[in-house]
Design a protein around this ligand. Sequence first.
Ligand code: SAM
Length: 295
Amino acid sequence: MNLCNPRVIRELMVEAGIKFRRDLGQNFLVDPSVPEAIADVAAFDPDEVLLEIGPGIGCLTAELAERYRKVVAVEIDRGLIPVLQKTLADYDNVTVVNADCMEIDLAAVLSEAMGGGSPGADFPVSVAANLPYYITTPILLRLLECGVRFSRITVMVQKEVADRLAAAPGSRDYGAITAVLGYYGTVTRHFTVSPGSFLPPPAVSSAVVSIDLYPEPAYRPLSEKTFFDTVHAAFEQRRKTLVNALSARFSDLGKERIAEIVTSCGHPADVRGERLSTGDFVSLSDALFRAKNDG
Ligand code: SAM
């Protein structure tokens, strides 16, 4: 069955009595070279388990199942489950779970699908997804914060979002999410995909990015909370200097003390947040944490 053929997709959906759900970001791939290319870069070796978010009718799922030991696919739309049972019937290494990836315990789902063990520790797990665009950043943050040490997270997202995720410090696209991703791993931007590769076509172009997670934490801030607070405060009002932006969040320290801390970390007093790398934010948050706690 050619799962990237628009006629096949429509027939499967008519048979199941379902329609495309715009509210769930359902734009299915119809260019077979795209799921193949995503599956090729999705993990380091064939022995990995792949978690797929939003399999749709299963075109990427099938490519992953061909290449990797096991695929666990989490799909929110109950109407697609009988379709997936049919399209993936030939694969005995796929488990489909009908759930909202924002709600379920991903570690427990992966462990159960593998018959036990701790994902990321007892067996390597990577993530692959053509993400629903209405919820890209929350899903990414959930994956990073869910406690499973994934090896690699490969996602297709809106092109503008991909540019932001992979931006270098100081560039126009660099933002809080870029600095946060840098805390967890290194980002690679792969290729751009045009709207015509989807059914129905979205309004915007897309691109594929991977995040290779650090096997051990690369940064150890004194307080993770202060690190995330510092990053978010720095980008809350982009036109403000870093000192002004931080003065709003860390008001108990006072603007003068914050200016001293920023310059003692080696930055000019009028620096803006987008100039700081993840490592710079860790050092700055440590200095702010010390100042808050030492009085
Ligand atoms: N993987 C398919 C493809 O590439 O053709 C479909 C990708 S489509 C852009 C996004 C998929 O994510 C849809 O199947 C949608 O129903 C599903 N989805 C949306 N929100 C979800 C959520 N919170 N949890 C799990 N799946 C979700």
